[in-house]
Ligand binder design. Structure first.
Ligand code: BG6
Ligand code: MG
Length: 219
């Protein structure tokens, strides 16, 4: 039976996936690196340092560990600057409704985000109150597609993976959910999250009614 939900943050609860893109794009332009939305999609769900490594590999550039850390920090500064503009009106359509329904029906709810800025984003949205457990980029060391962040969330809720549904917009996030034995709901196109158990193009379609209808034997 399903007793809990684990939410990704960026691209599921709010559109910070776009703000991550803008920050990487600014850094890439500054450095003369090729970077586009297609490459950005490969960064969904993965840590800051893994992200810069993907961009450098793509551009066939090698730099020192020190420079890499420095540039990742620079991207983060650009990203963090944009977070002050987030307000409680910036939930992706449908996200707050789903969180509210889950609360009303007494489900356990955890955040399972790779971001070290997740708390700040939840605070800006005034969304901390929707979560029993907040797992972020500081909670575990192995990033998605490893299931660690979701296993940590389930454990803190006192639940088994098969009692939880993970909601994710990243290909590697769905990989992580599957690797951990969780049910999954993918938000986004077929070629990104088509391997989820249930997929919606947009968060607004991911209502508790639709989710319950699909996983009907589990509720
Ligand atoms: C994930 C995003 O949620 O967090 C990634 O999908 C991002 O794009 C990762 O790289 C790490 O975020 P941060 O805020 O710690 O740089
Ligand atoms: Mg995401």
């Amino acid at each position: 039976m399903i007793k809990g939900f684990i939410f990704d943050l960026d691209g599921v609860i709010t559109d910070t996936a776009e703000q991550h893109y803008v920050a990487w794009k600014k850094l890439s332009d500054q450095m003369g690196w090729q970077f586009d939305r297609e490459l950005n999609d490969q960064l969904r769900g993965i840590s800051r340092l893994d992200s810069i490594k993907v961009i450098l590999d793509h551009n066939q550039i090698e730099i020192s560990e020190e420079e890499l850390n420095h540039l990742a920090t620079e991207k983060n500064e650009k990203y963090v600057e944009s977070l002050d503009e987030i307000t409680p009106t910036d939930f992706l359509p449908g996200a707050e409704e789903l969180l509210t329904h889950l609360r009303q029906e007494g489900f356990n709810v955890a955040l399972g985000s790779a971001s070290k800025n997740a708390k700040k984003v939840l605070e800006q949205l005034n969304a901390v109150r929707y979560f029993d457990v907040i797992g972020d980029g500081n909670s575990v060391s192995k990033s998605k597609p490893a299931p660690a962040i979701f296993l940590n969330g389930a454990e803190k809720m006192g639940l088994q993976p098969e009692e939880c549904i993970v909601i994710e917009d990243a290909e590697k996030g769905i990989d992580a959910a599957k690797a951990g034995g969780f049910y999954s709901v993918g938000i986004g196109p077929q070629d990104r999250v088509g391997h989820s158990d249930l997929r919606f193009d947009e968060m607004s379609q991911a209502t508790l009614f639709e989710i319950k209808s699909y996983f009907k034997d589990l509720f």
